[in-house]
Design a protein around this ligand. Structure first.
Ligand code: AMP
Ligand code: TRP
Length: 322
C-alpha cells in the first residue's frame, strides 16, 4: 500500500569514515525522521566515482557506510536502504537531464568551482555531479531532502531541473525541498572551522576511545583561566559539547568555573557514552554480513520498483518508447 507520509530521500557518499559533522548535520535527521517519513536512504557510490577511488577502498567504504547507517539507528524495517549502483535508472535519468541543463548553469555550482580552483582538469563526473544528484532525488517523488548546508545548492539544482522538465514535457516530477536544521547546519571541527575531512579537524563518529580522546584534546582553546567569565557560545569546545549535552547547567559551568582540561575530560566521556549503544548496533550488523546483504537486496528491489516506473514514464513522455 502507498504510504501517506511525506517521502524523504537522502544519502551520503562512501568516501571514508563519517564524523560528527556528518552525524549531527545529516545522519541524525535521517534517524529522527524515520517514523514520520516514508524514507529512502541510499549509498551514493556512483557519486564516489568522481574521486576515482581504488576498487578495494570503494568496496570497504561502501560496507562501512551501510554499517554506519545501521549503527547510527536507521531501522531497515522503516527505511529503504540501498546502493545507488543497484538502481540503473539513476544513470538513465541523468542522461535525459543532461540535455536540459547548460554548461554555464553547471559551471555556477559551488562544488565545481571549488574543484576547479584546486585542479585545472576537472573530470566530467565532477562537473555533472549535480545532475546525477537531481536524478537521485527526482526518481522517487521526493518531498524532502535532509542535508547539511553545503548541499543546499544541489537540492536547488534538483528543483530547477524538475521545473525545466515539467515545463517541457508535462508534470512528471515533484519539486523537492531541502531540510536543513539551522542549529546544526554547520558543525564546527576541533579548530572551529567547519568539521571536514579535508581540514583534518574531525572527531570520528565510530572512532576508538583513543581516537576520540586525541581529537578532543586537540580542540582549540584560549588561555583564559577557569574563573574568568566567558561566553560559552564563542568557545569551540562548548559549541561541540552542547551537541552531546544541551543542559543549562553545562552552559553555566562553561560561563564560569570550568577549566578547559576538565571540560575536555567531560566531553570525552559524554561522546563515548553517546556512541556506546551505536557501536553495539554497528558491531551486531558487522557480525551478520548476510543480514546486511539482505537489507541491501530488499532495499534495491523496493527502490527499483519506484525508479523503473518513473524512468518509463520519462521515456514515454520524451518519445523514447513507441
Ligand atoms: P559529505 O560526505 O562531506 O559530502 O557530507 C555528507 C553529509 O553531511 C551532507 O549532508 C553534508 O552537508 C553533511 N555535513 C558534512 N560536514 C558537515 C558539517 N561540518 N556540518 C554539518 N553538516 C555536515
Ligand atoms: N552530494 C551528497 C553529499 O555529498 C550525497 C548525495 C548524492 C545526496 N545524491 C544525493 C544527498 C541525493 C541527498 C540526496 O553528501
Amino acid at each position: 500500500m502507498e504510504s501517506t507520509k511525506p517521502r524523504l530521500f537522502s544519502g551520503m557518499k562512501p568516501t571514508g569514515r563519517l564524523h560528527f559533522g556528518n552525524y549531527f548535520g545529516a545522519l541524525k535527521q535521517f534517524v529522527d525522521l524515520q517514523d514520520t517519513h516514508d524514507s529512502f536512504i541510499f549509498i551514493a557510490n556512483l557519486h564516489a566515482l568522481t574521486g576515482l577511488p581504488a576498487k578495494d577502498k570503494l568496496m570497504q567504504d561502501t560496507h562501512d557506510l551501510i554499517l554506519d547507517y545501521l549503527g547510527a539507528g536507521l531501522d531497515p524495517e522503516k527505511v529503504t536502504l540501498f546502493k545507488q549502483s543497484d538502481v540503473l535508472a539513476h544513470a538513465n535519468l541523468t542522461w535525459v537531464f543532461n540535455n536540459l541543463v547548460t554548461v554555464p548553469y553547471l559551471m555556477r555550482a559551488h562544488a565545481f568551482k571549488d574543484a576547479e580552483a584546486k585542479k585545472a582538469e576537472v573530470n566530467v563526473g565532477t562537473f555533472d555531479y549535480p545532475v546525477l544528484m537531481a536524478s537521485d532525488i527526482l526518481l522517487y517523488n521526493t518531498d524532502v531532502v535532509p542535508v547539511g548546508k553545503d548541499q543546499k545548492q544541489h537540492v536547488e539544482y534538483a528543483r530547477d531541473i524538475a521545473g525545466k522538465f515539467n515545463n517541457q514535457y508535462g508534470e512528471l516530477f515533484k519539486l523537492p525541498k531541502e531540510l536543513i536544521l539551522e542549529e546544526v547546519e554547520v558543525i564546527p571541527g576541533t579548530d572551529g572551522q567547519k568539521m571536514s575531512k579535508s581540514y583534518g579537524n574531525i572527531i570520528p563518529l565510530f572512532g576508538t576511545d583513543e581516537e576520540i580522546t586525541k581529537a578532543v584534546m586537540g580542540i582549540t582553546t584560549d588561555s583564559r583561566g577557569k574563573d574568568e567569565e566567558k561566553n560559552p557560545d564563542e568557545l569551540v569546545i562548548y559549541q561541540i559539547h552542547k551537541l552531546f549535552n544541551g543542559s543549562e547547567e553545562l552552559k553555566a559551568q562553561y560561563t564560569k568555573g570550568l577549566g578547559y582540561g576538565d571540560a575536555k575530560k567531560m566531553l570525552i566521556k559524554d561522546i563515548i557514552d553517546f556512541v556506546t549503544p551505536m557501536r553495539a548496533r554497528r558491531d551486531y550488523f558487522a557480525a551478520n554480513p548476510k543480514l546486511v546483504q539482505q537489507i541491501l537486496v530488499e532495499g534495491a528491489m523496493k527502490a527499483n520498483d519506484i525508479a523503473m516506473k518513473k524512468i518509463f514514464d520519462v521515456y514515454e513522455a520524451i518519445g523514447l518508447t513507441q
